[in-house]
Design a protein around this ligand. Structure first.
Ligand code: XIL
Length: 397
């Protein structure tokens, strides 16, 4: 990589958008990019990242967050407080490259309420403090889920009114605690059945309350923090899949009943040999946008076989490129969040029993992979249809 390509694209940017384009974008960029690096304040738009990381690895290009901000896009990553505590390079690269964070596990029920009724915000606050220091937006996942349950809720069926009380208390306590610091919440995660039709029936909330738990959760969440954007988040619905069709109809129905839902999260965990085409991803995002909803890509990673060959890393880069192109081509895709950024701490080898690996954009030694380059080039590129003058709508950046 090198800064040359970015210089070129900056020039192309100026040429395509002219001064009016720059003027339209700059005010929106300031809140994010000005806080990124101290040097920014002196040099206006141009970030001045350190050239060498603490581990000695040279980083010469303009960071992704600066490039993304020019497109009006948030680029995020999952944050692991364990990795953060033991590995200084982890935080360094994260602060440099991303302008949005989500807790990988620290805001799930089994951490926040490991003991029933006793809320532990400690691990999440580690991330919140880091995000505050580095001018990063925070989105949160998930308030309600059938997974990541503490012992006291796992395999349980509660009397209906007790389950409603648990959910209500959890939503109010957690959202009020983070109010003003979390801009988007995945209120419900993975609530739809995989095989359809209808909702997933496993988990204590459906079992104890029935389908109504969904609406209750969104209304409570809206009451707890009326400013927050409330999302529904799920997997296997990134492209125009059957599940995405079902989600579309279901969300439309919820909106029709006045349920406060503002966005849809596409998890986007994909394998190299099984992933949607960028055009259908744009089409999918667009139809949710047409319902008035914002879309976030929330947990992007691209799994390669454990013993992947060189060519497969290139294919992976193409998939990452396609995701960002798809996101930029849609009217209201506000954020692309990766499920981590270094293969050193990815969940993929564990969840796939060692079959898959290498799913992220930096290798285990924080060397940027071809996927990093691909994203950098999409974000640094000024395609005529999507030049910098265009600003993503939705919650202001
Ligand atoms: C995963 C984490 O990455 C792992 O560390 C944890 O052991 C299990 O959960 N969909 C989600 C995320 O919504 O919360 C999951 O995160 C990955 C799948």
């Amino acid at each position: 990589m090198g800064s040359k390509g970015h210089e070129l694209s900056r020039r192309a940017f100026l040429k395509t958008t002219g001064a009016a384009g720059i003027a339209a974008v700059v005010p929106l960029l300031r809140p994010i990019s000005a806080r990124t690096w101290p040097g920014n304040q002196r040099s206006g738009l141009r970030p001045e990242p350190p050239a060498v990381l603490e581990n000695g690895f040279p980083m010469a290009t303009e960071p992704l967050r600066g490039l993304a901000a020019k497109k009006g896009l948030l680029i995020g990553t999952a944050f692991s407080s364990d990795a953060f505590k033991k590995d200084p390079v982890y935080g360094e690269v994260m602060a440099r490259e991303f302008n949005c964070l989500v807790a990988e596990n620290e805001m799930k029920l089994d951490v926040l309420q490991r003991v029933r009724g006793q809320f532990d915000f400690g691990p999440a606050e580690v991330m919140m403090a880091f995000a505050g220091r580095h001018g990063m937006k925070v989105r949160a996942v998930p308030l309600v889920w059938h997974d990541a349950l503490p012992e006291w809720a796992r395999d349980k069926t509660f009397p209906r009114s007790e389950a409603l009380d648990i959910l209500r208390e959890h939503i109010f306590t957690v959202m009020r605690h983070f109010r003003g610091r979390v801009f988007a919440w995945d209120v419900l995660n993975e609530g739809l059945s995989d095989t359809g039709p209808g909702l997933r029936e496993e988990g204590p909330w459906y079992r104890s309350i029935g389908p109504e738990y969904v609406e209750r959760a969104y209304h409570w969440a809206h009451e707890a923090d009326p400013q927050a954007a409330l999302f529904y988040n799920d997997y296997a619905m990134d492209g125009m899949s059957e599940k995405a069709d079902r989600c579309y109809r279901w969300v439309q129905e919820l909106l029709g009943r006045g349920v406060p839902i503002h966005g849809v999260g596409l998890q986007y965990h994909v394998r190299m040999d099984k992933h949607p085409q960028p055009s259908e991803v744009t089409q999918n995002i667009r139809r949710f946008n047409d319902l008035g909803l914002i879309v976030h890509i929330t947990e992007l990673d691209v799994w390669l076989p454990k013993n992947a060959a060189r060519a497969e890393f290139q294919q992976q880069a193409d998939i990452y490129r396609g995701v960002f192109e798809a996101a930029l081509a849609a009217p209201k895709c506000q954020a692309v969040v990766l499920w981590g950024f270094t293969d050193r701490y990815s969940w993929v080898p564990g969840i796939s029993n060692g079959t898959y690996d290498h799913a992220l954009i930096f290798d285990r030694d924080y060397r940027p992979k071809p996927a990093y380059e691909a994203i950098s080039s999409v974000l640094g590129n000024t395609a005529p249809a999507d030049c910098g003058a265009r600003v993503r709508e939705g919650v202001p950046l």
